[in-house]
Write a protein that binds this ligand. Structure first.
Ligand code: FAD
Length: 480
């Protein structure tokens, strides 16, 4: 919806500044930007702007601010909360960072890499590896999500246990503010207490306070050795005991500890790869464990083998496979990384990305399964996620043979039941995916009023016109 002459003229100005390759306007070409990964959100916009430099981003923002056009920043469009989609009801464009793909610097002495926001996560990982370094952020969407999107959502993924969330992997940022000014905070300092840490304003705030255009990322030594095991367990409590024991034995070498319920393996086998199960017998729960370190290659594999022998004897682990090669480790990981896709192909599910204190995970899963089973008899539970971070994707599916539309209509009620359970365990209704449009009303329900008021104060201060990703995280028409 572009109403006024000033808005039409601003769009003309953007076309002129960016040139033909810098804008997408044809409906079919725009579809991949307009619709979300799960295709659950998508409101059309008159134009997708694709600036290729920070100055071009700033120019687009200035023109939008002058004509009161809202801007939805977008990276790889793999987000799961509708945060990179337009909402309609006012003049709005999508601003894709996908042409900002320069790697400005790799510094193996300072252990940093300076990249533009549109660089795909996997490219960052590859460039780090070429320099003999590790960039540890890793998630199933890494082939298409961008570093700007990762930082704007404070992405988590499968190595948070050892290296932290995206927030912990950044030293400096460059961002365009709501009035088009460029904030240049691209410091590579590891210590800097000179005033407020302004980069935090843009990390995890989903493009609502500024548009990230570049970042200085932290690099780490590239592990020389690794060991990957797929282990079968009777229940989540056994998985938690195993996590504690693994951390006692291997300390920070435990880089991933992923929990998977049996139904997840069955879904991947049904929809993605029939031969995916590494074990001959079915068990109710599994963990995928990865150790990494600087030992001589093969050392960790031997160490985990010896350690697991004791775990089998103690009855803590029911069965398992240790990857004999990198290729086999990759097949274990493919199973884990295919879960979201397999679930999507399996009909309607009610998804939750929640966290509770790590020690409460088994009790939370039991309580949430009981509550949701009572509310919706026949619902088919599925939990998987980052046990080491207390982050569970609790994603039950519609009862077998039930009506998809009727089940979809129940989502709000079922969300409330699960999130009330999360609240009882002092957890969070969004562990790593953010709020976007999807969890906005629930945020109001579960966050204390003081928290919401501080968030609104920041939004008013940094975006007084409300043009940056309006309606995401906080309601655009919420109390001032
Ligand atoms: P987009 O989807 O394009 O945008 C996401 C948000 O960031 C929006 O609010 C958008 O406005 C904002 N944004 C994007 N770029 C910028 C920018 N340059 N400046 C300011 N704001 C910006 N997430 C996890 O945390 N952990 C996982 O393990 C995980 N696994 C996933 C697996 C699959 C199969 C899929 C599809 C998604 C998964 N995700 C996961 C969610 C998603 O990949 C992450 O949220 C990712 O960080 C989004 O990056 P993106 O570039 O695709 O961002």
């Amino acid at each position: 919806m572009v109403g006024s002459a000033a808005q039409r003229s601003a769009l003309d100005g953007i076309r002129a500044v960016l040139g033909p390759s810098g804008v997408v306007e044809e409906a079919r070409a725009m579809a991949k930007y307009v619709h979300s990964w799960r295709d659950d959100y998508g409101v059309s916009v008159p134009l997708v702007a694709r600036p290729s430099t920070t100055e071009e981003v700033a120019e687009v923002v200035r023109r939008c601010a002058a004509a009161d056009i809202a801007i939805v920043p977008q990276g790889g469009n793999t987000g799961l909360t509708g945060a990179a989609q337009a909402m309609g009801g006012r003049a709005e464009i999508i601003l894709s960072l996908e042409r900002m793909t320069r790697i400005r610097d790799v510094d193996p002495v300072n252990d940093t890499m300076t990249v533009e926001a549109g660089v795909v996560l996997q490219t960052v990982q590859d460039r780090a590896r070429e320099a003999g370094r590790l960039f540890p952020l890793s998630l199933a969407a890494e082939g298409s999500c961008t570093i700007g999107g990762n930082l704007a959502t404070n992405a988590g993924g499968v190595q948070v246990l050892r290296y932290g969330n995206a927030r912990q992997l950044v030293l400096g940022l460059e961002a365009v503010l709501a009035d088009g000014r460029v904030w240049s905070g691209l410091t590579a300092l590891r210590k800097d207490n000179a005033g407020y840490d302004l980069k935090q304003l843009f990390l995890g705030t989903e493009g609502t306070l500024g548009i990230i255009t570049a970042a200085v990322l932290k690099l780490f030594p590239l592990p020389r050795d690794s060991a990957t095991a797929f282990l079968a367990l009777e229940n989540p409590a056994a998985a938690l005991d195993l996590l504690v024991a693994a951390r006692e034995r291997f300390a920070e070498a435990v880089s991933s500890f992923e929990l998977i319920q049996r139904r997840g393996v069955e879904l991947v086998a049904r929809h993605i790869d029939a031969g995916v199960d590494p074990l001959a017998t079915a068990y109710p729960w599994y963990v995928l464990v990865e150790l990494t370190g600087q030992e001589a290659p093969g050392t960790l594999r031997q160490a985990i083998e010896e350690w697991l022998a004791g775990r089998f004897e103690a009855g803590q682990v029911a069965d398992g496979a240790i990857a004999a090669s990198e290729a086999q480790a990759a097949t274990f990981w493919r199973l884990r990384e295919s879960l979201a896709d397999a679930l999507l192909k399996d009909g309607v599910s009610v998804n939750h990305d929640v966290s509770v204190p790590v020690a409460s995970v088994p009790d939370f899963i039991a309580a949430a399964e009981a509550a949701i089973g009572e509310a919706c008899p026949g619902i088919r539970p599925l939990s998987f996620g980052h046990l080491g971070d207390g982050n569970i994707h609790f994603n039950p599916s519609q009862p077998e043979g039930s009506d998809a539309g009727a089940f979809r209509a129940e989502k709000g009620r079922l969300n409330r039941i699960v999130h009330d359970t999360v609240a009882r365990f002092s957890g969070s209704i969004s562990a790593e995916h953010g709020i976007g449009q999807l969890r906005r009303e629930e945020l109001v329900h579960y966050k204390p009023a003081v928290d919401l008021e501080m968030m609104r104060t920041l939004k008013r201060a940094f975006d007084p016109q409300g043009i940056l990703n309006p309606g995401k995280v906080l309601r655009a028409d919420g109390p001032a």
